[in-house]
Design a protein around this ligand. Structure first.
Ligand code: SF4
Ligand code: SF4
Length: 428
């Protein structure tokens, strides 16, 4: 007998049709959530408008998405790498199985047969183990972080914990199902599924009581719970922290691609002068005043706190936390609240906004290429437009405007000031 994929081999007849009926409501929940989340973003326009258009977006996707550059460089990044590659491989494997069974088999062709099938099984077992190892690492890390998480992080921590547990269930039951199948119906090529084969051997050596009698029923129960947990995770994706798995790569694709220290200019003065229309808006007071790409980027935030870890404003005790700021804006966006004046209602306190030094360390740190500083500067500009400044800030900006330096020193003293700045030993 030629080795081939025994899809639906141990489940009752008709399951291959029933599974699509069961999946339908989960698919509706997934698509509805996705539509609601992406509705305002105009994704195709954003991709085409990015620097380098689609080409630039795809290059960033390769480096920061597929190669996970900012995650791989961190000591605690390996669990995410394991989950990412393991999940991607298992998802691709399941898709190949569905195509093989539902599309190619009725045409009389099997992709998963012979040597192709054997290598497919071995590869998927290897990447399945990588997936489970990554999830165990992530679970341990989640439990450690749990104690350190502030009250505003708890909700997302819960979601990530449930997500990791759900994926772990899928990974482990995947191997148990494979082991059960090989224990109940041994085949000469079973060793190619090396991890499932060990489970089968363990079950046989244990001489699990009732395995021959109750094994098929146990297989069916496990098979269905495995499918329902997978469908639940798919349906929950747009509604939970799992959204980052989709919004993160999309944000990398539509990222503006500016150098990290280049701040977003509210308008081009030459264009304004050329058009003669001086009715321009310099700042932002509500989410609706931000660009579509900026609003979309909020969806990708995982509350990971890497921006907080490097923020000098937070470290020096100001009221600014870039993570909290981005998460607050994200919550408003998810609630559909894009018109509220965030400055007037106190959601963005001036003290927090003025804490930012625009150093862009947060921009460098964010694994999904969010630019927290781009949410701070436009709101600060609006504070200036409204003249909501304290005495020191008015003096500082007045000096800059009049003398082109923050101290208000006359131009004749610029050379002395520059010399002092160039000689650190003279600085008191
Ligand atoms: S740019 Fe602002 S928010 Fe970002 S790290 Fe620097 S001080 Fe913090
Ligand atoms: S903005 Fe980026 S670095 Fe900061 S919490 Fe969100 S995902 Fe993490």
């Amino acid at each position: 007998m030629d080795p081939s994929r025994p899809t639906f081999g141990l489940v009752p007849q008709g399951t291959d049709v029933l599974i699509y009926l069961v999946f339908a409501p989960f698919a509706v929940a997934f698509l509805a959530g996705l539509y609601l989340r992406l509705r305002a973003s105009g994704l195709a326009r954003l991709v085409a408008a990015g620097p380098g258009g689609l080409g630039g977006g795809l290059r960033r996707l390769l480096v920061f998405g597929l190669m996970q550059r900012r995650v791989a460089g961190r000591p605690r990044g390996w669990p995410h790498i394991g989950i990412f590659y393991g999940f991607a491989a298992l998802l691709a494997g399941t898709t190949v199985v569905a195509i093989d069974w539902d599309l190619l088999r009725p045409l009389g062709f099997r992709l998963l047969a012979g040597a192709r099938y054997l290598w497919f099984e071995a590869l998927l077992d290897a990447l399945g183990l990588v997936f489970v190892a990554g999830l165990l690492g992530a679970l341990a890390w989640r439990l450690v972080r749990w104690r350190r998480a502030g009250p505003d992080q708890r909700r997302m921590q819960w979601q990530f914990l449930l997500l990791v547990l759900g994926l772990l269930y899928l990974g482990i039951t995947g191997f148990v199902l494979e082991g059960l199948r090989l224990a109940l119906h041994p085949v000469p090529w079973g060793g190619w599924s090396f991890a499932g084969f060990r489970v089968a051997q363990a079950l046989q050596s244990l001489q699990a009581p009732g395995l021959p009698g109750h094994g098929p029923a146990l297989y069916v129960v496990l098979w269905w719970t495995h499918a329902v947990v997978a469908f639940t995770l798919i349906a929950a994706l747009p509604w939970s922290a799992f959204l980052h798995s989709l919004a993160g790569p999309l944000n990398i694709l539509v990222h503006p691609g500016r150098p990290k220290l280049a701040l977003d200019a509210p308008f081009d003065l030459r264009e304004v002068e050329a058009s003669g229309n001086f009715d321009v808006k310099a700042g932002a007071a509500a989410l609706a005043d931000l660009g579509a790409a900026q609003r979309f980027a909020l969806l990708a935030c995982t509350n990971c706190g890497r921006c907080d870890e490097v923020c000098p404003a937070l470290a020096s005790g100001t009221a600014l936390s870039p993570r909290r700021l981005v998460q607050g804006l994200r919550a408003s966006l998810l609630a559909g609240d894009v018109k509220t004046d965030l400055l007037a209602c106190g959601a963005l306190p001036a003290a927090a906004l003025w804490g930012c030094t625009t150093c862009a360390a947060c921009v460098e740190a964010c694994p999904v290429l969010i630019r927290p500083v781009d949410y701070i500067v436009p709101f600060r500009r609006e504070l200036v437009t409204r003249q909501q400044l304290d005495k020191r800030q008015i003096e500082f900006l007045g000096n800059l405007g009049r003398s082109l330096n923050p101290y208000g020193l006359p131009a004749t003293q610029r050379a002395r000031l520059a010399a002092e700045l160039a000689s650190p030993q003279e600085v008191p």
